[in-house]
Ligand binder design. Structure first.
Ligand code: HEC
Ligand code: HEC
Length: 245
């Protein structure tokens, strides 16, 4: 083994080491000592509510979820979950980039699972993306991806989702979102979906003014407001001239 390889191995071991430690500190209570998950505690008849709550700390098994899920849940700030029973939400990311990489490496080491995807939206097709998004995603996220409502969960707006996170979410199906296999949505189709979501995040090329992208009626109204303001200004100027004359 060359010194180079030895060093790389040592660094890898060290990285996972910190991941394990962070895991012990922030994740173990819900996901178990070895990522096996913590089962939901049975309701014990007559036991005080407070004790039941304490006993019901739980999370799914992380074995085999791979770097993909770990990367998504940590970089969105979905994890660590603040309160048991909450829907994971995008929130402040607790960890540094290095800490995230270590945690991801540790979780990936718990079982063989998918790697972090590398979408290539530049190879996707916008029209196909719109079509696929309408078919598979808009029911929850709406056509303009501003979030929506499904029973028991709030599908978030997709403005903050990076290309990688969009691809990850599609493969994971976080919370009540369905999971899409590579048969249901191929990687090529996924490129088109990512391209479409990117496009609706920056719809500069839609024509008209970007006044919150709320459509032609308010845009027309703004034109009227401007026209009215111009008319008033014109009257003032003309009025002054008339007074002077
Ligand atoms: C308060 C409990 C709690 C804590 C603390 C917590 N989790 Fe979770 N975790 C959950 C629950 C509940 C889910 C299921 C969420 C869902 O369905 O989207 C989950 C899901 C996940 C998933 C997705 C699993 C899958 O099947 O795709 C990953 C990865 C994950 N957590 C990692 C972590 C990491 C890493 C930490 C520590 C930094 C952590 N969690 C801390 C409760 C918790
Ligand atoms: C049944 C409703 C439903 C469908 C269909 C659905 N999603 Fe979701 N999606 C959700 C919910 C709910 C969440 C929030 C998950 C959570 O809180 O853990 C979510 C989260 C996401 C996120 C993470 C956003 C963020 O910033 O937190 C992305 C990206 C996403 N979905 C993309 C898609 C795409 C692309 C499709 C279509 C291929 C799709 N979703 C289909 C309900 C849905």
């Amino acid at each position: 083994m060359t010194a180079h390889v030895a060093l790389a191995v040592a660094i890898a071991a060290l990285s996972t080491g910190q991941g394990k430690q962070l895991y012990g500190q922030y994740c173990i209570s819900c996901h178990g000592a070895n990522g096996e998950g913590v089962a939901q505690a049975r309701t014990i008849g007559g036991a005080p509510q407070r004790i039941q709550e304490q006993q019901s700390a739980r999370g799914p098994s992380l074995r085999g979820v791979g770097a993909l899920a770990a990367d998504f849940y940590l970089r969105t700030g979905y994890m660590p979950l603040h309160r048991i029973g909450d829907q994971p939400r995008r929130s402040r990311v607790l960890f540094s980039d290095l800490e995230i990489r270590d945690l991801v490496a540790y979780i990936a080491s718990l079982g063989s699972g998918p790697a972090i995807p590398r979408p290539q939206p530049q190879l996707g097709n916008l029209a196909e993306g719109l079509h696929l998004f309408t078919d598979h995603c808009a029911g929850c996220h709406q056509v303009v991806a501003q979030g929506g409502v499904v029973t028991g969960a709030l599908p978030p707006a997709l403005d903050d989702a990076t290309d990688v996170q969009i691809a990850e979410a599609v493969r994971i199906g976080p919370y009540v979102m369905p999971k899409f296999s590579e048969t249901a949505i191929t990687n090529t189709q996924l490129n088109s979906i990512v391209r479409y979501v990117d496009w609706i995040k920056h719809p500069d090329n839609r024509g008209g003014w970007a006044i919150g992208d709320i459509g032609p009626v308010p845009e027309g109204l703004v034109t009227w407001f401007l026209a009215a303001a111009l008319l008033v200004a014109l009257c003032v100027v003309v009025g002054k001239r008339l007074k002077r004359a």
